[in-house]
Design a protein around this ligand. Sequence first.
Ligand SMILES: NC(=O)c1ccc[n+]([C@@H]2O[C@H](COP(=O)([O-])OP(=O)(O)OC[C@H]3O[C@@H](n4cnc5c(N)ncnc54)[C@H](OP(=O)(O)O)[C@@H]3O)[C@@H](O)[C@H]2O)c1
Length: 277
Amino acid sequence: MNTFPTLHLNDGNTMPQFGLGTWQSPSDQVGLAVRTAIEAGYRAIDTATIYKNEAAIGEALSEILLPRRQLHITTKLWNSDQGYDTALKAFDASLARLRLEYIDLYLIHWPLPSHDKYVDTWKALVRLRQEGRVKSIGVSNFTIAHLQRIIDETGLTPAINQIELHPWFPQKSLRDYHARKGIITESWSPIAQGGALLTDPGIVRIAQKHGRTPAQIILRWHIELGLVVIPKSVTPARIRENFALFDFKLDADDLSAIASLETGKRIGPDPDTFDMA
Ligand SMILES: NC(=O)c1ccc[n+]([C@@H]2O[C@H](COP(=O)([O-])OP(=O)(O)OC[C@H]3O[C@@H](n4cnc5c(N)ncnc54)[C@H](OP(=O)(O)O)[C@@H]3O)[C@@H](O)[C@H]2O)c1
């Protein structure tokens, strides 16, 4: 049963607003994380080829007794697989590792502008969608310039851009651009990787006021901004904690206190210069 909101994408599909992240979830722990998440009510899982855990996630999914259409699985094309033909091959390999007949959402992981292959890569994703092997296609870590270029050159707007986004780095101008283009924003590192943001006095104060944990306050902030949010944990108690968000609301004072935490600094790499392949 869905107890969380579902968002409508620009391609006619829908997507759960909440899911499980799996970067740095080791293969020998991610199966338990996936099972715990599904039992808690999660219906979406986010992985990527570079996380090296697609096979373990595929094994866990193969044992889950839910109809496939109730699950939403995202994976991502790694940088070294950019290019039209290589992207098609990489997709086949991900699909096989995940033991699935289709992927719900396939993303280009990074734009790698110095390699200048992301337009051709995007054309491969468009073909995969036309073939019905992926329901929705999108990108990750694309700036306005990268997005505008693939839209201009192919006429097809991504359904999603998955980007670093948390109260320290709320990406307002990119979110505004997404809203104008009908692109859903998905937040990665939503709790800023579980570090100092969780002990920030402003967040702790709001948590105490609502009788919630700091992580729940920050995750609820993403939900109220209309973002897709995918916190990662391999700790069963945290996986359950992170999902318990749908029975309280932040008020205007909470939202303005959280807005004041912006530092403008990323935790992760800058998409214009990141070129690890
Ligand atoms: N597209 C991209 O380039 C990109 C980049 C980064 C991430 N992502 C995606 O976004 C997902 C989330 O981002 P992330 O993994 O970087 O960071 P995150 O979800 O902000 O934080 C994960 C960290 O916080 C800890 N944690 C989780 N819940 C907690 C809680 N309730 N209280 C205290 N600590 C908690 C986790 O520890 P334990 O696991 O030990 O519990 C882990 O160390 C990734 O897993 C991945 O799927 C995408």
